[in-house]
Design a protein around this ligand. Structure first.
Ligand code: SF4
Length: 59
């Protein structure tokens, strides 16, 4: 399943420092057209993840 989403303009209300993500710009902006955050039953910060993340090297 291809979960990639189109690239858009920076999401102004989201700060993301995951520079290894293909959607990350300058180590601070997310330029994915949309993002999905998991998990539904998260109880703390460590249990949340960006499901839209894709490594930069992925084709
Ligand atoms: S897709 Fe997720 S991990 Fe990647 S830059 Fe956007 S918010 Fe960060």
């Amino acid at each position: 399943m291809d979960l990639r989403v189109p690239v858009g303009s920076p999401i102004s209300r989201v700060k993301c420092v995951v520079a290894s993500c293909r959607y990350n710009d300058k180590g601070k902006n997310c330029v994915a057209e949309s993002i999905e955050i998991q998990y539904p039953q998260a109880k703390n910060t460590q249990e949340t993840d960006c499901a839209t993340f894709r490594p930069k090297k992925e084709g």
